[in-house]
Design a protein around this ligand. Structure first.
Ligand code: S3P
Length: 436
């Protein structure tokens, strides 16, 4: 695929369902009693990995387009899988399912793709071990044919679950995956489990678990869950994914003479930092039709081309836009002046090292970027040139640089544009629909 500059984008679109909420709908449905229906479910590779893992654990899950029906078996209804559970590229699947498996009386083996095998798991192995689960990590080479023990903190690993102790975990990082993993294990603990984060991360687990009947309380940056709830199947309507809408927000703002209406987007304040960041950069965004669906705030977002300027993005806003930082960095390259991104060291341990992959690709396009340990500074305003993009198999790098390529001189191509299927299989088709 080759991309060149387009002169305007117009129209209305809906982006696919939210990835975080789709994962949770499947998982919480699996451990609830009776039927859970998830509509506008994201049929991206990551969420399909969650479905296949729970099927292996004995849960019947039917899918029909973007509707998923989960025949839940209750808190203690999962069955041991005879095979390795493969999470593919999905960190959310791996970290959240580990919390659930920590509470089961059987052993499970988890593995994923080459990117997953590089991602740090100590962040969940430490608290789940404190609660009483036992882990063994394996060398990924020749696994599972010739398993060799590894002292690393990476997948593949075996979990032996069982009776768990409650803890109050002071998490060193603001991570919803860590928080959710511990809260899910807390459903199987001997008392109230608490997680305190340095800064509040996305709260979809707290909202959705409560709607299934869990007793869960959030106070500031602490979430507490009571054990042994009776969870009942629910009907969950998944809002559009703001992390997917972010590419169209950037496209509409950067490209001259453009106006886009992105409908039905989840705008939970723990997720929607992109809106504040884009507005701080001078972007014209208007929220319309604000309402609540399945406990989550939703709105339509009207985006109009804008002259962008640099901004400082740091501190508490970072967890609310962590997945959007690659596209924010691209926007910053088109903005006048400097954009400084700080406190975002988590970027290094996403699907790729996003400080390195963003810096490399923006530099290849002619932007002036200085990477840092916890972010980067982009000296914006230089015209960008098309380049060959190295995605590192990271869906968010491919989509961010597609937006850059559509606003650059010359031709932009990709080593692996298909990695967008992880979160947004119809991404390129949706862009084409807005061209006129
Ligand atoms: C997610 C949480 C975030 C995010 C990821 C999805 C979730 O990760 O980057 O794409 O669904 O809980 P961390 O919680 O590790 O920051």
């Amino acid at each position: 695929m080759e991309l060149t500059r387009k002169h305007s984008f117009h129209g209305e679109l809906t982006v696919p369902g939210d990835k975080s909420i789709s994962h949770r709908g499947i998982m919480f449905g699996a451990i609830s009693n009776g039927l859970t229906e998830v509509t506008n479910f994201l049929r991206g590779a990551d969420c399909l990995s969650t479905i296949s893992c729970f099927r292996q654990l004995g849960i019947d899950i039917e899918t029909d387009g973007s509707r998923a029906l989960i025949h839940g078996k209750g808190l203690r209804g999962l069955k041991k899988s005879q095979q390795v559970l493969n999470v593919g590229n999905s960190g959310t699947t791996l970290r959240l399912i580990s919390g659930i498996l920590a509470g089961q009386s059987f052993q499970s083996i988890l593995n994923g793709d080459a990117s997953i095998q590089k991602r740090p798991m100590r962040r969940i192995l430490t608290p789940l071990s404190e609660m009483g689960a036992r882990f063994q990590c394996w060398d990924p080479v020749h696994f599972p044919e010739h398993p060799t023990k590894s002292s690393s903190d990476r997948a593949p690993f075996t979990i032996q679950g069982g009776k768990l102790r409650h803890i109050h975990y002071q998490s060193p990082i603001a991570s919803a995956q860590v928080k959710s993993s511990i809260l899910l294990a807390g459903l199987y603990a001997d008392g109230i489990t608490r997680v305190t984060e340095p800064v509040l991360s996305r709260n979809h687990t707290e909202l959705m678990l409560a709607s299934f009947g869990a007793n869960i309380l959030s106070t500031g940056t602490t979430a507490a869950v009571w054990p042994e709830p009776v969870l009942e199947g629910q009907s969950i309507q998944v809002p559009g994914d703001i992390s997917s809408a972010a590419y169209f927000i950037a496209l509409g703002l950067i490209c001259p003479n453009s106006e886009l209406l992105i409908q039905n987007v989840g705008v939970n304040p723990t997720r929607s930092g992109i809106l504040k960041a884009a507005q701080a950069m001078g972007g014209s965004l208007t929220l319309l039709n604000e309402h609540t669906v399945s406990g989550e705030p939703v709105a339509d977002i009207l985006v109009k081309s804008s002259s962008l300027h640099g901004a400082v993005i740091q501190g508490e806003i970072i967890p609310t836009l962590i997945d959007e930082l690659p596209i924010i960095a691209v926007m910053a390259a088109f903005a006048e002046g400097d954009t400084v991104i700080k406190d975002a060291q988590e970027l290094k341990v996403k699907e790729s090292d996003r400080i390195a992959s963003v810096t490399e690709n923006l530099t290849a396009m002619g932007a002036d970027v200085v990477p840092a340990e916890d972010g980067m500074t982009i000296h914006g305003g230089r015209p960008l040139q098309g380049a060959r993009i190295r995605t590192y198999g990271d869906h968010r790098i491919a989509m961010a640089f597609a937006v850059a390529g559509l606003n650059a001189d010359g031709v932009t191509s990709f080593d692996d544009e298909n990695c967008v299927t992880v979160s947004y299989p119809s991404f390129y088709e949706d862009i084409n629909k807005l061209l006129n």
